[in-house]
Design a protein around this ligand. Sequence first.
Ligand code: GTP
Ligand code: MG
Length: 189
Amino acid sequence: MVITSAEFVKGIKGTDKILYDGKLQVAFVGRSNVGKSSLINSLVNRKNLARSSSQPGKTIRLDFFLINNTLYFVDLPGYGFAKFSQGKHEDIRKMMLWYLEYSEVKRRKVVLIIDAVVGLTEFDQQMIEVLKKHAIEFIIAVNKVDKLKAGEREQQLKNIQEECKGISVIPYSAKTKEGKGSLLKEIFM
Ligand code: GTP
Ligand code: MG
């Protein structure tokens, strides 16, 4: 599958008609700084389509990108950033749960991004529980594998796969683009 076009459509903060226009929504979720925006940029071959920053103060919104005029990539706010205030943590949590549980979205998939260096965190485990509870199809991308030595990498991938039996776990690097073909294949499957 090749991405031939990608354009930013809008950022939403609550209900919006884009949610129920019937197109597939592929949401990218993960801890703040895990590389959601970088990973989206690497998939669509654009340096700056999704905002790549870890500014803890930025507004909480869901960014919609139209891909090949047929589906959306959705960049979600990152969870679990240590510098967020309690209030901000809570706002992000509410926003994500609202979006993931929003029943008007008929067709969705989630790419859960895990940091290869950090591994599965408690926040990631909670997210997996939510996805399972709502029977949302998801794929795991283990980003930043370029930062690990061969042995560490093997061990980390093994740990993650063990905790996530039956789920596709794809080693990825937004930096080197390793895993891009495999991830696109899973997304468009
Ligand atoms: P928030 O939107 O703040 O939650 O962050 P994010 O998850 O969108 O992360 P972002 O794409 O902004 O990347 C965070 C930092 O990690 C940046 O400095 C990126 O350059 C770096 N980064 C992202 N992906 C990779 C990767 O695959 N390898 C390496 N080495 N660095 C990466
Ligand atoms: Mg981002």
